[in-house]
Design a protein around this ligand. Structure first.
Ligand SMILES: [Zn+2]
Length: 466
């Protein structure tokens, strides 16, 4: 599975783009937009279908043709859609592509956790890092420029196993920094003793970006949440928790998370993910809880593909599907994004790191298909997750770094109908994918990771014992 990437990643920091469609600005108009020194300088409504003879059609333009880095590249988008780079607010890059060695026969969350935990001591740092590099580059090829990834932290195996993933992730984050930005959130174990806390603090001092966890899996979730808030405050880090990822309507750890968020003055710094239990509750139970979450300043992420896959596994008919109340959470004024979660691992056997695909799955799962809904879904993979990640330098507006994806379609309706594979991705002054290019990462510093990871994961290899 080769993704077309440009071989030469020369900096081209000055762009003039004509006939651009910006669905998050004004869909009735076309725009001419300018980038200088890698930043947006001008976003201007233009006359319809303007023709300027010195502009080259994007279909025929190639970055390789421009040798002078100070030149201004003049490109005609011919009405194609341009969106700010997608933000994947919840992935597990370290686990990606592990499905070939870690199976999940029952398809439950419990078995996935158990099997991955048993296998993780056998993964070398190199393998973990390679998997992270590959899934990040794959996501980048579909237009994702920023990723928050949760990290396995298997202290139950040993300190060395837990810290191995952190070290691999720190190196991957550094190698990928010129192309795609990662935020790293280790998932703290529960029921920790004081020796455990020492290892956790060691990890937090290594330079991770925040604290993760899954307190609903603990026997003592309130104590675990309290410990996480204590550590977050001590190290001044944001919190991002898997919350109530279960069909059990009585699971309400998010209530305690909301309480502590208010007490710690952490409004805007805490994200709650999954929230599947809300989908099993009655309206009478769910709506006041959503209200409380909104008042506490929580941000949220839904993982529709993985929840559809893992939830409802203990039901006979009717089978619950697990995806949280996307629309009601949105209507309550909370920021809620949709994200990928897992790719080809025991938690989820599919996925390609494409947030357009995830938004479409969210549309089916949450009955969001009206024209207004499609525009909301576009926000759920762009500016909303950017707020979840607390990105300040984001968007299509003057003064902000130009980070964007161009899609081969002319409207959100066309985008969700065609799921165009042809995309052009620009970030940090570089064209990182040209749809027409057949080249891969060869000749770049990243090529070895792409190839090694590609070798390591064969989609055709049968599961052991499967
Ligand atoms: Zn997750």
């Amino acid at each position: 599975m080769m993704i077309g990437m440009v071989a030469a990643l020369a900096s081209l920091e000055n762009l003039e783009l004509l006939n651009v469609r910006l669905p998050m600005e004004d869909e009735a108009c076309l725009f001419q937009v300018s980038v200088r020194n890698g930043k947006w300088t001008r976003i201007q409504i233009q006359e319809a279908n303007a023709v300027q003879p010195d502009f080259t059609s994007l279909e025929h333009w190639s970055p390789g043709a421009t040798t002078d880095p100070s030149a201004i590249c003049q490109i005609d988008l011919e009405g194609k859609l341009l969106l700010p780079g997608f933000v994947d607010s919840h992935m597990h890059l370290d686990k990606s592509f592990s499905l070939t060695t870690v199976g999940n026969v029952t398809g439950t969350l419990e078995e996935a956790v158990r099997n991955y935990s048993a296998a993780s001591p056998g993964f070398s740092k190199f393998e973990i890092q390679s998997r992270m590099m590959r899934s990040s580059l794959q996501a980048l090829s579909f237009g994702t420029t920023h990723i928050r990834t949760h990290l396995d932290f298997n202290m139950r195996a040993s300190r060395e196993v837990a810290l191995r993933t952190i070290e691999a992730a720190l190196e991957a984050r550094q190698l990928l920094a010129p192309y795609v930005k990662l935020q790293l959130f280790p998932m703290l174990p529960y029921n920790m003793n004081s020796a455990d806390v020492e290892v956790v603090e060691e990890a937090l001092r290594m330079g991770v970006d925040g604290i993760g966890g899954a307190p609903h899996l603990s026997q003592t979730p309130k104590e675990d949440i309290d410990r996480i808030f204590g550590l977050a405050e001590k190290y001044n880090l944001p919190i991002d928790l898997h919350s109530d990822e279960t069909d059990n309507p009585l699971m309400r750890t998010v209530e305690h998370i909301a309480l502590r968020t208010r007490e710690y003055g952490y409004a805007g710094r805490v994200t709650v993910d999954h929230l599947c239990a809300l989908a099993s509750m009655t309206d009478e139970d769910a709506l006041p809880l959503i209200e409380r979450m909104a008042e506490s300043g929580l941000k949220a992420v839904s993982l529709p593909a993985v929840n559809l896959y893992l939830q409802g596994r203990h039901d006979s008919f009717p089978v619950r599907r697990g995806v949280t109340r996307l629309k009601q959470i949105w209507d309550a004024g909370m920021k809620i994004a949709v994200a990928s979660d897992n790719i080809h691992d025991p938690f989820h056997p599919f996925g390609r790191g494409d947030l357009v695909q995830i938004a479409l799955i969210g549309s089916y799962a949450a009955h969001m298909g009206s024209s207004a809904d499609l525009r909301t879904l576009l926000r759920m993979i762009t500016d909303v997750p950017a707020a979840v990640l607390d990105l300040e330098d984001y968007g299509v507006r003057p003064g902000v770094s130009a980070s964007f994806v161009i899609l081969d379609c002319e409207s959100p309706e066309e985008l969700f109908t065609l799921l165009p594979d042809r995309r052009w991705v620009y970030n940090q002054g570089k064209w990182l994918r040209m749809a027409a290019s057949k080249a891969s990462w060869q000749d770049t510093a990243l090529s070895k990771y792409w190839e090694q990871a590609s070798e390591m994961v064969s989609f055709l290899k049968p599961l052991e014992g499967g």
